[in-house]
Design a protein around this ligand. Sequence first.
Ligand code: F6P
Length: 323
Amino acid sequence: MKSLAVFTSGGDSPGMNATIRAVVRTAISKEIKVYGIYDGYEGMINNSIVELNTKSVANIIHKGGTFLRSSRSEAFKTKEGRRKAFDNLNTLNIKHIVAIGGDGTFAGALEFSKEYPISVVGLPGTIDNDLMGTDYTIGYDTALNTVVDAVDKIRDTANSHNRLFIVEVMGKDAGFVALRSGIASGAEAALVPETNIYTDTLFKKLKSGRREDKTSGIVIVAEGNNSGGAYQIADKITQNYPNYEVRVTVLGHIQRGGNPSAYDRVLASRLGFGAVNALLDGKKNIMLGILKGEYKYTPFEKSLKHHDKLSPYLLELISVLSS
Ligand code: F6P
C-alpha cells in the first residue's frame, strides 16, 4: 500500500478531527502517502482531494466538527456518481480508504467496493452509538456529556418552578444517547425508540409513590421514540395530569458540536491507528471498532443493518433509581 485516502461522512461527531489526525500520522510514519477527501462522498465525485502531511493535522485533536467537512451525498447513490468518484481516485492511484461515519457511509462504501477494486475500512463516527461491533462510537461520549451538562442546568430551573421538563435528545432509530444521559442526569425516565411501554410506565410513575408530592423533574425523550416527539408527550402529560406544569426543551444540534472528551480523543486515536494497520493487513469492507478494550472487525453488512440492543440492565437501572 503506497497511498490511502481518508474522509468523513454523514452527521459529524466530536472526535472526527482526532481520528483524521491519527490516520494521517500513522500512515506517514509508515511512509504511506495520505490524501484527505473534502465533503465526504461529494468531494470524491467533485475531486476535492488533497495530499495531507503531519502539519495539516496539527492543532485539531481538541476541535469538534471535521476539518474535512461532511455531507450526505445523493450523487454517490447513483452509478454515475460512483464512476466519477472512482475515476478521481484512480487518477491519484488511491485504492485504500478510511471512511469515518455511520451506517449510510458504510452502505455507500459497500456498494462502491462491489463495483470497483477499492478497499475500505470504516470507523464508527456518530453520536448515536447505533453500530454493531463497538462499545462506543466516536463522539458518543462527548454528546452524552453535552446532554448531561444541559440537563443539569435545566434541573435548576425545573426545581425553582416546580416544573416537569421533557428534554428531547438525538437518536432517530436508537435510544443510546437517551438512556445513558437519562441515567447520568438522574431523569425520571428515558423514552427510547426500541420500546413502546415507556409512556405507560411513565404515566404510572407520575401518579405513584414518592412522585405524588413531587411536580418537578426531568424526562428524556429520544427523537425517534414511539410515543411521538417531546411536544406530543408534553401534551399527553398535561391532559392526563393537569397538576404538572410541563415545559419542553429540544437540545438539537448542540449535541453534535463541542470539543471531544478525553475518552473520545483516545478512542479516535486508537481507531485511526488501527484502521491504517487493518488496511496494511489486507482488511476491507469492515468496520473497525473496540469491544471490551480490544479491536474488533465487523463486516459492513452486519454493522450497518444492526446495532446492539439497549442493555436490559441499564433499562432496569433507570427505572429502579428513578422510583
Ligand atoms: O448524527 C446522527 C444524528 O444525530 C441523528 O440522531 C439525527 O436524527 C440526525 O443525525 C440529524 O442529522 P442532520 O440534521 O444532519 O440531518
